[in-house]
Design a protein around this ligand. Structure first.
Ligand code: SF4
Length: 900
């Protein structure tokens, strides 16, 4: 097996030093600086002041990255069919397993499913192995759930998947439109940049277009709380309105575009009147006109859009409707003006560069004969497939049907994240060969794997990622590989060699792969050849030292333009055959699955402020778990009342495809008839909290992206015998319960529980059994059988080890004070008497529900400071206790507390 050249990593780790790398989470792509104090065995993390994506800022998730570096939850050794193994055995098991199936059933009987968490170098070799040497295009990724609609729309309009603008435009814009993007929570550092831009220039207008009144509305001048799925109609209406008002840039249209007349006709057909569009969108004509006039009157307009637009059965059309408005006004690729899609994942764009989708090949080439010819000659392969492979939903359907018999899943958890997720689970359970490479030991998907391959974690990975503004940044390792973990590119290359393709996968360092990737991007890429946007010719001879020092840079980066490119297309130059952009006529379409009397609510899914995807890393940080510790259902109070759902109770969300349990949260943030459920909880952390099981599997016909923002559901109170919680200093082997959520805290573990059948006494006995190995524990007990109430606490040397409270309803005591008692290293003394009341005595420290995750400041602390010091503004609160002074994502909540 080949060794990995770790010279640079070893050198970095040899001494106390400062290492620049990139955040592991969202598509903002913030630069991070790690200071290593070797003598103290200590690392400190801060935002990289020099990184153009964040200039030193980090959000709550990025700031907590070093809190997630433990090895306890890591997969540290290969496992083959349930047995701990070594790399030679595991590699040959994967290679032989794949080859056996390919020989018997052909290359399309195998598939790879990757992730926006993979580095570009990992992605490159995975794609090369599947499309170049196995000979199938079945290499898709979870970016299909994230950015596929934008990618398709870019290609239709520009000829290539090119983001025309950059983050600097946020500082120069006169109007910023957030469309289906709760950036305050999902791209917090960019949101803070917008907030700052508005502070510096109060004339800057912000419009939020979202069916929910999200935290992003905090800085909005106008919020269009549109009907879910109506954005296509809205942007068609905008184009027609701009034409009516004479606000088009005919010079730009004439010189640099084609297809305008047909597109305008089709937009006008969707725009009989302002009233009609307003009605279709479910908003007032005044609000609609205000937005249209802002767009018409401001030359510098940036449209930021994300999953609210992409995750739709007409997502590609919706993105094109947005792009049509920018093309028609010539507001594209100019300072302060243009469309800017926000990628969800850290390397969603890097994956698109190397062909990490089944519908593209590599280096922004497709499956046309001239494209496959270029890549085939470059790779020295005659096996390039002639057409696209299976996309995410199709791929797992093919697994379910037995057509795909082996699947290799890398750095992702489709049993949690794909729509109709119970079907995916059943498909993998029945699949002949499931290979999973991941850095964690357990996930819903890993639990179904035949072969488990330990992959390097964020702090151990070396390579590159590309953020939402085409900026390539280095991710640099600052920790040695844990256990037997290996970089994904190494694992894939070793499998490729074992399958007989050694000469094509002879890499010993990620720079070898990056250099090849850069050469492919430049190969025959010129006028008269196959001209394309993605070009890294400046790096085609990059040395290991240059790669080590590589500073963040925006592609294209060519020998003629080695500093990179901030913006494209202000003067045309699109990558279509005639170099003109194409207007795409759009007819707005409703979502595929509509509400009906059985499923009267629209389920919308999304992210929350402090968690990332399946929480496999952010869930390890205690402070990130406090803001929203349980899966929940946001529902309008009037809908909740009419459905009999009280605030804080448990409810079941059910669709045609599946069901889940979560806690009810009354909020005016949702439109009537809509509910919102976060995406983050897995089957490992909860007994029944996977919202993916409920989401419909319908996809956009062009991008194949699922419609995760619109599933018809019903919501009903979930009757249970009792509800309760357990807080324990030790992690417990919890009994099997109908409702269970595991929450990791600073020095303890909390479990929210409920059951329909088992009695409280049965569960109490099982819980005590978890702890009865320790004979020195003394117990306190409070019981009221008439009220189905039981409270117990376990002590050792007067220190609280364990507390559990059960009762018939959900109105249990708050958990914060009890959690603080469990964390105490000293005896709890006088508090012992009041403990089982669940209420702190007067004067006891109780910070309340967490508001600021960055500095872990609770609501009661903030309220007390407001009262004691007469604080008047969020800035005052920040000065008094630091809350809201780092990422700023909690500032709207602080303002809310001040108002109340
Ligand atoms: Fe990471 Fe937050 Fe920056 Fe996103 S905004 S890259 S999660 S620090």
């Amino acid at each position: 097996m080949s060794t990995i050249d770790l010279t640079n990593v070893t050198h970095r780790l040899d001494q106390s030093s400062s290492i620049k790398t990139t955040c592991a989470y969202c598509g903002v792509g913030c630069g991070v600086e790690i200071n290593i104090f070797k003598a103290l065995n200590y690392v400190r993390l801060k935002g990289d002041m020099d990184h153009p994506a964040n200039f030193g800022k980090l959000c709550s998730k990025g700031s907590a990255l070093t809190e997630t570096l433990e090895t306890e939850s890591r997969l540290l050794y290969p496992e083959v069919f349930g047995q701990q193994s070594d790399w030679p055995t595991a590699i040959s098991a994967v290679a032989n397993g794949l080859q056996k199936i390919i020989q018997a059933h052909g290359p399309d009987a195998v598939a790879f499913y990757g992730s926006g968490q993979l580095l570009t170098e990992d992605y490159y070799v995975a794609n090369k192995l599947m499309k170049g040497f196995i000979g199938s295009a079945n290499m898709d990724t979870n970016s299909r759930l994230c950015m596929a609609s934008t990618s398709s729309a870019h290609k239709r309009a520009f000829g290539t998947d090119t983001v025309p603008n950059c983050y600097d435009d946020l500082d120069e814009a006169e109007l910023i439109i957030l469309i289906g993007a709760n950036s305050a929570w999902c791209h917090p550092v960019l949101f803070q940049r917008i907030t700052k831009a508005k502070e510096n220039k109060p004339s800057l207008k912000i419009v939020v277009i979202d069916p929910r009144h999200t935290t992003s509305c905090d800085i909005a001048d106008v919020h269009l709380q549109i009907r879910s799925g109506s954005d296509g109609k809205l942007f068609n209406g905008l184009l027609a309105y701009l034409a009516d008002k004479g606000k088009l840039d005919h010079d730009y249209i004439d010189h640099y575009t084609e297809g305008f007349e047909d597109t305008l006709k089709s937009a006008q057909a969707d725009f009989p009147s302002l009233e009609d569009v307003a009605k279709a969108c479910g908003i007032s004509t005044e609000v609609l006109t205000t937005f249209f006039d802002l767009y018409a009157q401001n030359d510098k307009v940036v449209s930021l859009y994300s999953q609210g637009v992409n995750q739709s059965t007409s997502g590609t059309d919706k993105v094109n409707a947005i792009l049509n408005c920018h093309l028609a006004t010539g507001r594209i690729g100019k300072p302060g003006s243009g469309p800017l899609s926000l990628t969800g994942q850290p390397n969603a764009m890097g994956g698109r560069e190397v062909g990490g989708l089944a519908t593209i090949l590599a280096a922004h080439l497709g499956f046309k004969p001239e494209d496959t010819d270029i890549v085939g000659r470059f790779w020295g392969s005659n096996k390039i497939p002639k057409g696209p492979g299976l996309t995410a939903v199709e791929l797992f359907n093919a697994v379910a049907e037995g057509k795909v018999k082996a699947v290799w899943i890398m750095a992702t958890n489709p049993v949690f994240s794909l729509p109709d997720a119970d079907k995916v689970k059943a498909a993998l359970a029945a699949c002949e060969l499931v290979i999973v490479s991941d850095c964690v030991a357990r996930s819903d998907t890993l639990d179904l794997a035949d072969i488990k391959l330990p992959a390097a974690g964020w702090s151990e990975k070396d390579g590159t990622v590309t953020n939402s503004e085409r900026r390539i940044s280095r991710q640099r390792a600052f920790k040695p590989l844990s256990g037997e973990a290996r970089p994904d590119w190494w694992i894939i290359s070793e499998v490729a060699k074992a399958m007989g393709f050694a000469e094509h996968f002879n890499y010993s360092h990620p720079v070898d792969i990056f250099r090849e990737h850069a050469r492919l991007s430049a190969f025959e890429n010129h006028e008269g050849g196959k001209l394309r946007d993605f070009n890294l010719s400046a790096f085609k001879d990059i040395t290991a030292e240059e790669y080590e020092q590589l500073a963040p840079v925006q592609w294209p980066v060519t020998t003629e333009n080695p500093e990179g490119t901030a913006r494209l297309f202000s003067k045309g130059g699109f990558f279509t055959e005639n170099r003109k952009a194409k207007f795409i006529p759009v007819t707005a379409k409703p979502p595929k699955a509509l509400t009906n009397k059985h499923y009267p609510f629209v389920l919308n899914t999304g992210r929350i402020r402090d968690q990332w995807h399946s929480m496999s890393r952010t869930g390890l940080s205690a402070r990130l778990n406090l803001h929203k510790p349980e899966p929940y259902i946001d529902i309008h109070p009037e809908d909740a009342t009419s459905t009999g759902l009280s605030h804080g109770s448990l409810a079941q969300v059910e669709s045609h495809w599946g069901s889940m349990l979560a806690r009810v949260n009354h909020t005016h943030e949702c439109r009537r008839g809509n509910i919102f459920v976060p995406m983050h909880w897995t089957g490992i952390l909860t007994s029944k909290g996977r919202v993916g099981a409920v989401v419909n599997p319908f996809t956009d016909p062009l991008s194949f992206q699922p419609e995760s923002k619109h599933t018809p559901v019903r919501v009903n109170a979930w009757p249970c015998a009792w509800q309760g919680f357990v807080i324990s200093r030790d992690k417990l082997d919890m009994p099997d319960l109908d409702y269970r959520v595991d929450i990791r805290l600073e020095k303890s573990f909390r479990y929210e529980i409920a059951d329909q059948q088992q009695s409280i006494e049965q569960v109490e006995a099982q819980l005590i059994k978890c702890l009865d190995h320790d004979e020195d524990i003394s117990w306190q007990r409070l019981e009221d059988p008439a009220m189905n109430l039981l409270r117990i606490a376990g002590f050792k040397e007067d220190k609280l080890l364990f507390v559990a409270m059960f009762q018939a309803t959900h109105e249990l005591p708050a958990r914060d004070w009890l959690t603080s008692l469990i964390s105490k290293q000293e005896p709890i003394g006088e508090f012992r008497n009041s403990l089982l009341s669940g209420r702190p005595p007067a004067g006891a420290a109780d910070t309340g529900k967490q508001i600021c995750a960055c500095f872990n400041v609770g609501e009661k602390t903030i309220r007390q400071l407001i009262l004691d010091k007469g604080l008047k503004s969020a800035e005052d609160v920040g000065r008094a206790c630091k809350a809201g002074t780092n990422c700023g994502a909690c500032v709207p909540e602080i303002k809310h507390i001040l108002q109340s």
